[in-house]
Design a protein around this ligand. Structure first.
Ligand SMILES: [Zn+2]
Length: 212
């Protein structure tokens, strides 16, 4: 139960450090950057998994979104956007809000859409800590690009790792908040579902058992 978070923290810090040292290039720093994003998001989700009870698709969507959002850079790299000194405005809380609104509106896809919003927040948090050009996080309300120090990223990784280890070790909280109803085949299944159902095992459980 200790190895997983510590391994993810190590991968996030190592790939982030390499990404900062290697001169920027789509094929050189791109993969380093995305591995750091993926490991950071996975670590954040491990903490979340101790607090909320969400289906697997929530976590899968969050992990995919935590790297896939950078596909919005493609028009920039193709020279289709004028301001190449900035990240695209889709790197902003506006995109997060779109997915939160969509999640609120769509009961069927709520877990996936909320997962995407979560993955985006984790991605933007690290992007801001990468230094210039920063993230226009409050676009369209404000056009300023925000940056955070490296200490923010380091702190994020330490807090996630320590929080996960403490929560798993102490076995708290006893019950996790169930944000999404399970996909029932009928309304009856909801009422029959035990209140303290056994959380799903695997990567994003919060059990103390197992080496993960
Ligand atoms: Zn990004």
């Amino acid at each position: 139960m200790w190895a997983g978070p510590i391994l993810l923290a190590g991968v996030a810090l190592a790939f982030d450090a390499l990404n900062r040292r290697v001169p920027f290039g789509l094929l050189s720093t791109g993969p380093l950057d995305e591995v750091a994003h993926l490991a950071t998001a996975a670590l954040g989700l491990l903490v979340l998994a101790c607090l909320i009870d969400a289906p697997r698709r929530f976590y899968v969507a969050a992990l995919i979104a935590s790297v896939a959002i950078d596909l919005d850079h493609i028009p920039l790299y193709l020279g289709l956007l004028g301001d190449s000194g900035q990240r695209p405005v889709t790197h902003s809380l506006a995109t997060v809000v779109v997915f939160i609104v969509a999640a609120a509106a769509s009961r069927r896809h709520r877990a996936v859409l909320a997962g995407v919003a979560t993955g985006l927040v984790l991605h933007f948090a690290r992007d801001m800590a990468e230094g210039p050009p920063g993230v226009r996080i409050f676009w369209p309300l404000q056009g300023q690009a925000w940056t955070l120090s490296y200490g923010w990223f380091l702190g994020m990784i330490i807090v996630f790792t320590v929080a996960r280890l403490i929560l798993v070790t102490l076995g708290v909280p006893r019950t996790r908040i169930r944000l999404f109803q399970r996909e029932p085949s009928s309304a009856q299944d909801v009422t029959r579902a035990p209140k303290d159902a056994v959380p799903p095992a695997g990567l994003f459980g919060c059990g103390g058992a197992g080496p993960g």
